[in-house]
Structures are given as structure tokens and as C-alpha cells.
Design a protein around this ligand. Structure first.
Ligand code: ACO
Length: 330
């Protein structure tokens, strides 16, 4: 049993300035706006410049989230980043953000769960708040996939963009309408080779050969991932709703990972949720990995689409394979 309840205090996000649309891609590779739009729902994505890295995006998203909350900087007592494209293999990007925020002493670490990184990090934050170990957790989802994109693989390179999102997860007061109701995270490591970066770790350290063979970039079996994605996100949202004695009708907004519009529509159809209740911004950002959900949440809360008290259902799927869902009253 948890001692306390956790809630979302606020969200923030940031995408780099450079915008690349499908027509720009047409000029540099063998693809078409028509293929990308109909197969993925994407039109634009934001790319980091050469000197921009994950923490540069994350710090802006984090500052936006903290400023939008009633939480003071000095009251943040835990920092977690979901990312697979941090500034360095180590130290953690959360530590770099901690330094930039001037929060010396506050624990900070990264969570590696691919596109599910934000949901995984939220589950950790929720647990820390619920057991009294933390009161205000800064949770970020940031990825800069364009830095590890294989530009010779048209099946993947058109999909990715860069971005960051953040949430402040705080202890809820007794009379608070806002509350994180439940979270479920899962993984299947036996399918890890469907989506991975082969080189750069201890299995295959960087060498001239790994660079020549493009092994420091994303490898993805898109078709097999596609089917897994719908199945896993559906089973996880279904289980989460059932174990909280709720149905899809009780949910005001579904905020799914933005990897492919057809995956989102397939999930909505299985959940029997009309697309009007699904937050979609894939056309503007492409797949920003662990940043898609906090980017969408930040836009939808700031525009007033999602309001305090609304029931929100987040769900993600990514490398690992990992997947997870979170149910909350915003
Ligand atoms: N432009 C034009 N044609 C293309 C392109 C392109 N950019 N890419 C592939 N094609 C062609 C292929 O060559 C193929 O042609 P062929 O039939 O002549 O061989 C055809 O389009 C179909 O290719 P598929 O790979 O079967 O296309 P599919 O419909 O499966 O779409 C996609 C590919 C978009 C990648 C889809 O499979 C997908 O979205 N998968 C899931 C991705 C995902 O969710 N990943 C998890 C999160 S990502 C992360 O964690 C980092």
C-alpha cells in the first residue's frame, strides 16, 4: 500500500528550431511526401543542429515544466530522464540537467527504455512519491534520434525527429482532484533485436569497421515492430483499465506514443475510443522516441484541450522491447 498519492503538477516541452518536411526529404533521398503521409501520418519533424545535444533540449523542457508548476526549483528532490540518446554514454543526462539547474546533491539518473522511456521514468517517479522518498520529481523524456539515424535506410530515416518533454510529478494533497491512478510497465527482452543500435556498447565497441558499416545507427524491423506495438499497447491499456475497474468510456483523452498514425488508429479502434479523444501531433514532430508523449501532453494542456480533472491514459512502446501505460486524473 502506498502512503501518499502522486500527481502531475505541470508539463513542459521543447523542439529544436530546424524544421524538415517531407518535401525537403524528397530532395535528398528516394522517398515521396505521399508515401510518408499515407504510411506514417508524418509531415514535419524538428532536427537538432550539430552542436545541440539531448540536455540542451531537456533543460528547456524542464524549465518550462517547473515554471508552469507551483513548485520551486529548490523543492525538486529527484531528477529522472528517459533517453537512449543522452549527451554521453555516461554520465547520465539527468546529471547534466541537474548541474544546469544548480540542484547539487539532488539524485539524478537516466532510464533506458527506448520510446517507453518517459512512461518508465514516470513509474519510478510515482513510486518514489508514493512511498515518501520524494516530493517533487522532475521527469524528462528526451531523444535526439537524428544523431543515430541511418540516412541510407529510407524505411527508418524519414520517421525520426528530435525533441524533449518534461513533467513535474508531485505529492498530491488529500483534497487534490489530480492524481496518478496507476501505471503498468512491461518488457520482452527476447525481441530486443527487432530494434537496436548494434555498436558503441561493450558488445561491439566503436571501431573504424563499426563506423564504416553504419552500426552506430538505429536498426529496426518496422513491420514486425508495427504488429507488436498495437498488440502490446492494447493489452497494457486494457489490463490497466480493468484492474482499476474502469473502461475506455471513462477516459477523456488517450495520449499514445507517436510512432505511426496507423498504429495509433489501430490502437484506438481496438480500445473502441473515437479518434476525437486521441491526442495526435505526429504530423508536426515525427517520432521523437521518449519525447512524444510529454510533447503531446504539454501542447494539449497548454492549449486547454486537456483540463484539470480529465482522465488521461498514456501508452508507449519501444526498444527493449518495452511497453507501458499510465492512467491519471490530470
Ligand atoms: N519512401 C518510399 N518508400 C519506402 C520508404 C520511404 N521512406 N520506406 C520504405 N519504403 C518502401 C519499401 O521499400 C517497401 O517497398 P517494396 O514493397 O517495393 O519492397 C514498401 O515501402 C513497404 O515497406 P514496409 O517496410 O513494409 O512499410 P510499412 O508499411 O511497414 O511501413 C514503417 C514502414 C513506417 C516503418 C512501419 O513499419 C512502422 O511504423 N513500424 C513501427 C515503427 C515503430 O513503432 N517503432 C517503435 C518505436 S521507434 C523507437 O523505439 C526508436
Amino acid at each position: 500500500m502506498s502512503i501518499y498519492k502522486a500527481k502531475f503538477s505541470a508539463f513542459g516541452s521543447h523542439a529544436p528550431a530546424k524544421v524538415v518536411n517531407n518535401f525537403d526529404l524528397e530532395k535528398t533521398m528516394d522517398t515521396t511526401d505521399e508515401w510518408i503521409r499515407t504510411r506514417t501520418g508524418m509531415f514535419e519533424r524538428h532536427y537538432c543542429s550539430e552542436d545541440e545535444a539531448a540536455s540542451d533540449l531537456a533543460i528547456i523542457a524542464a524549465t518550462n515544466a517547473i515554471e508552469a508548476s507551483l513548485v520551486k526549483y529548490k523543492d525538486i528532490d529527484l531528477i529522472i530522464t528517459g533517453t537512449v540518446t543522452g549527451d554521453h554514454a555516461f554520465p547520465a543526462t539527468a546529471c547534466i540537467v541537474q548541474k544546469k539547474l544548480g540542484l547539487k546533491g539532488v539524485p539524478a539518473f537516466d532510464v533506458s527504455a527506448g520510446c517507453s522511456g518517459f512512461i518508465y521514468a514516470l513509474d519510478v517517479a510515482k513510486t518514489f512519491v508514493e512511498n515518501g522518498s520524494a516530493q517533487n520529481v522532475l521527469v524528462m523524456g528526451v531523444d535526439v534520434l537524428t544523431k543515430i539515424t541511418n540516412w541510407e535506410d529510407r524505411g527508418t530515416c524519414v520517421l525520426f525527429g528530435d525533441g524533449a518533454g518534461a513533467a513535474v510529478v508531485s505529492r498530491a494533497q488529500r483534497n487534490d482532484i489530480s492524481q496518478i491512478i496507476d501505471c503498468l510497465i512491461q518488457a520482452d527482452g527476447s525481441q530486443g533485436d527487432l530494434l537496436y543500435q548494434a555498436a558503441g556498447g561493450s558488445r561491439m565497441p566503436a571501431s573504424h569497421a563499426t563506423v564504416d558499416k553504419n552500426l552506430h545507427t538505429v536498426y529496426m524491423e518496422g513491420n514486425r515492430i508495427f504488429k507488436n506495438a498495437i498488440r502490446s499497447m492494447y493489452s497494457s491499456t486494457d489490463e490497466l483499465l480493468k484492474r482499476n475497474k474502469m473502461s475506455a468510456e471513462d477516459v477523456d483523452w488517450v495520449i499514445p506514443h507517436q510512432a505511426n498514425l496507423r498504429i495509433i488508429e489501430g490502437l484506438a479502434s481496438k480500445l473502441r475510443v473515437p479518434m476525437e479523444k486521441v491526442i495526435v501531433n505526429i504530423e508536426k514532430y515525427g517520432n521523437t522516441s521518449s519525447a512524444t508523449i510529454p510533447l503531446a501532453l504539454d501542447e494539449a494542456t497548454r492549449s486547454g484541450k486537456i483540463r484539470r480533472g480529465d482522465v488521461i491514459l498514456l501508452t508507449a512502446f519501444g526498444a527493449g522491447l518495452t511497453w507501458g501505460s499510465l492512467l491519471a486524473r490530470y
